[in-house]
Design a protein around this ligand. Structure first.
Ligand SMILES: Nc1ncnc2c1ncn2[C@@H]1O[C@H](COP(=O)(O)OP(=O)(O)OP(=O)(O)O)[C@@H](O)[C@H]1O
Ligand SMILES: [Mg+2]
Length: 143
């Protein structure tokens, strides 16, 4: 079964095609490297998956759910960050995750689980703005 499928997905800005007629078939349980030159349309494609920009034509499904009808259901199931994750710099890594935890309605233990999984337990009390680049990426994954 495919986790993500796109059918002739296209995004045009006035007369310029940022994404042109792409047909992806991404299988469930796989890690997919989505590569291309700068400006190829990778970020624009992912923004469409998250409902941050509207396709000009074509469509896509995520885990069998289709956009835009199932947008809220899709977002509840998807973890994402595009390019760089956004944090509250003046809160610690742990405090940032606790905010996400509350929004998602998860148990308290999910914060320490996510810190452990991403190797951030020793840095959980450090302010996010003082994290190194790699630590910030890890905090994004933990979220
Ligand atoms: N809001 C916008 N308005 C007009 N053109 C845009 C807009 N956003 C992106 N583009 C253009 O669409 C094309 C695809 O951009 P996109 O950011 O998707 O590329 P990318 O594959 O993610 O590139 P990179 O590897 O540099 O991250 C580029 O030519 C870009 O300038
Ligand atoms: Mg990009």
């Amino acid at each position: 079964m495919n986790m993500i499928e796109t059918m002739h997905l296209t995004k045009e800005y006035s007369d310029f095609a940022a994404v042109s007629d792409i047909n992806l078939h991404i299988r469930k349980g796989t890690v997919y490297g989505f590569l291309g030159p700068n400006g190829a349309g990778k970020s624009t494609t992912m923004k469409m998956f998250l409902g941050l920009t509207r396709p000009s034509s074509g469509s896509f499904t995520i885990d069998g759910m289709s956009h835009p009808g199932d947008r809220m259901k899709i977002l509840r199931e998807v973890g994402s960050f595009i390019e760089a994750p956004a944090f509250y710099g003046n809160l610690t890594g742990e405090e940032n995750l606790d905010i996400i935890r509350k929004i998602l309605g998860l148990p308290k233990s999910s914060v320490s689980d996510a810190l452990e999984l991403t190797g951030l337990t020793p840095y959980r009390k450090r302010l996010a703005k003082k994290y190194s680049l790699g630590m910030k990426q890890r905090l994004g994954l933990a979220g």
